[in-house]
Design a protein around this ligand. Sequence first.
Ligand SMILES: Nc1ncnc2c1ncn2[C@@H]1O[C@H](COP(=O)(O)OP(=O)(O)O)[C@@H](O)[C@H]1O
Ligand SMILES: [Mg+2]
Length: 589
Amino acid sequence: MVSSKTKADDVFGLLYETGKAINSSLDTDTIIRNILVIVTKHFKFKDFTFLAVDGNKLVLKGALNHPRWGDKNYFIRIGEGITGAVAATGRPLLIRDVRKDKRYIGIRPKMLSELCVPVKTDGKTIGIFNLESTKLDAFDDKDLKLLSALANQTAVAIKNANLHKSYADTVKRLTNLNESAKAINSSLQLDNVLNTLLKVSAKELHYDSIAILLIKNGRLYARAGVGFTHEEIVSYTADIGEGICGRVAETGEPLVINDISKCGFYINQSPRTKSEMAVPIKYGKEVIGVYNVESNSFNSFDQEDMLFVSALAEQAAIAIRNAELYAKIEGFSEVLKAKVEEATSELKSANEELQRLNKAKSDFVSIVSHELRTPMTSIIGYIDLVKDAQCGPVNEKQKEFLQIAHGESMRLYRLLKDLLDIQKIEAKKMVYLFKPFGIEPFLRKYSREVGRECKAKRLSFSLLLPEKIPVIKADEDKIRQVMANLVSNALKFTKKGGIKIEAAVLPKSVQISVSDTGIGISQENQKLLFEKFSQVNMEASREAGGTGLGLAITKAIVEAHGGRIWVKSELGKGSTFAFTVAIVKATNN
Ligand SMILES: Nc1ncnc2c1ncn2[C@@H]1O[C@H](COP(=O)(O)OP(=O)(O)O)[C@@H](O)[C@H]1O
Ligand SMILES: [Mg+2]
């Protein structure tokens, strides 16, 4: 019997109301709750249930007055009873008297009539709506049509809700993947990379244990995991091709195994494991590891889980490779560091040895020069005595030879002095006696000597002085040494023309220069001049004699006076050496 409310013209109202109610939600539970409200309003019944297909069973998803509501273990096998028959055939059943139907299995004795319709999406039965009444013949064809219409609308709503849920799940997984990509790529430490991988996937999967295995020297080793003890992880290893993971490593193809007991090549690790999923971690085409998830229930992993972990593994592969490379580089730089330290310490001891040798050499030179100088002085003195006929007459020939001996002895003496000077300069033991010094009278007097020497060599000589030269502060002997060196060089390297000594007063210093019209010095050689033992024009220098120490000593002396020395020269045209000495502030003295 149809309730008074469900008259023909109410049909559209009901459908409209149903549509509005159930389509307002994208959540399956809410949809079912709304259906229950509508059913109560429009049908007269004792018991209403919504059973959903789950594998080969029907399970309770919604009910009004059902005695087993809330019982998680309650189910009906597909094919059993009226509801089971509807689920099996996908066709509705209207039973006017249940007592006359052999298929009927009563949970409550008082039920007399029943109406059961399938809920189908895409032609597939996903559940049933079932109404029972304590009255005979409580439902008619109209009720059947109405409940079927309701079921159809519900099916659409549930399908939408499912679609929405899987869409939302996908979005969630994508977001998760994106997050993991960021986290994974932000680290170069392998452990960090693997831990992030575990954390991200653990959020998404129904697992009991996860292990990340990496290939090393042709074998699989566990590198990280959850649901294992540290010892289990450290001790796990497998051959390529051995067991599920070994097979995935070998083929490079993922495996999803719903029932481990039916898998021929499973090597029993944990007795509790029921299903397993293993995904290769590939860098390009090369398998570098396996991502393995195990579950203590059957059917824990589906295609989507596999795709998700594959995407994750793809990201991880790059990061794992980077981390491995980084570790290698780090190891390499450790080795390099050790090598550099070793080399440095070798260099240090070599340097110490060199310093020791250098000091030994300096000591030797200074001792020898010193020891030679004393006898040299007496030799020169005695030659002088003999030459000047102080010890009896000397003939012209003897005098000439003694003159030569005297000159050579003097040369040796100066050489020894240069050696001692450079030694002192290097040891920073040169002693200076700075005093106010009238450079003008000094230059006038000194120039007379130079003039004589020039005349002897048929060279011209000139002295150019400004009107008044301020007093400078200097060590007179050292300035004489500087002048002697510059002038002796000029004389040595000049065959024709002449020599000029010039002084100029600058704002803070006096500049003195010695110019010649000699062989000149090339641009390149000018840079080397002031280094010790540098004789830049070997031929000319050898011929002229000398040690190559003069300019090095000269430069050191000038700099000790706070001045500067430089050269301007052109090959074949002559050279000008100039130096400065600072002016003393109070110029009275
Ligand atoms: N006035 C100059 N003209 C050309 N060459 C010069 C002149 N002065 C110095 N030199 C070059 O510089 C070198 C270094 O000079 P110096 O240090 O005084 O050593 P030494 O006079 O013992 O050779 C000389 O051997 C020579 O080649
Ligand atoms: Mg010289």
